[in-house]
Design a protein around this ligand. Sequence first.
Ligand code: AP5
Length: 219
Amino acid sequence: MRIVFLAPPGAGKGTQGALICQHYGIVQLSTGEILRKNKGDGTELGEKAKAYMDKGDLVPDDLMIEMIKTELDKEIYSKGYILDGFPRTVPQAEALDTILSNFNQNINAVIILKVNKEELIRRLSARRTCRTCGKTFHLIFDPPEKSNQCDNCGGELYQRIDDRPETILNRLKIFHDRTSPLINYYGKKGLVSTVKGTGKTSEVFERIEEILDPIKSEE
Ligand code: AP5
């Protein structure tokens, strides 16, 4: 099963992606996570991506396409995956089509998580992320047991630099201007399913299951 998550910052791609992977035995490929790891490790890619990411801008297409090509060639993705954060522009989507056709593969579904702007801002401004395992918390909706400590691995929780108010607004604008045209791109291919992304995390997951269960049973 190969799925694309197409949703604005804070809609719950990371949160739901983890549940999907656990339930369906597939792998989450988060381009944001890979970039943050490269940034933290000070690699050449991380150094190039840093300025764009910290402002909430998109990293240039050529860097992202090269990165996804290398990533999808890895064995871990052979049992299926969910793409969280890629593609984000029409050229990225076209490149993905080419990469997949070279592998004789295709995308089974594109899931849109619908969450209103006020809720997205609320979610992102109080998000905390574990420096060690990447798990996310929300100070109000899903607080950690001990402040500043990850329940999962005990790692330190921090606020992402792009979760500052002015950067959040830029990220939302970029999603609207550059990523939302992909809804039409994949809509024409008949792949899009829209899910209400508000309510309890478990309720959102149940809505996603309704879309993915039939795909899984056809495999
Ligand atoms: P990326 O890491 O992909 O960030 P994003 O798309 O902005 O998404 P987020 O991680 O912010 O949000 P999410 O949807 O995963 O929400 P989450 O589950 O955490 O990208 C970062 C940057 O990398 C980009 O800005 C760009 O610079 C670069 N980049 C990455 N890919 C790129 C590409 N393809 N091309 C170019 N540049 C690229 O949830 C958010 C919060 O809400 C959490 O606190 C969570 O606990 C809470 N929450 C989740 N669900 C619920 C719920 N149901 N109710 C209440 N709270 C909830």
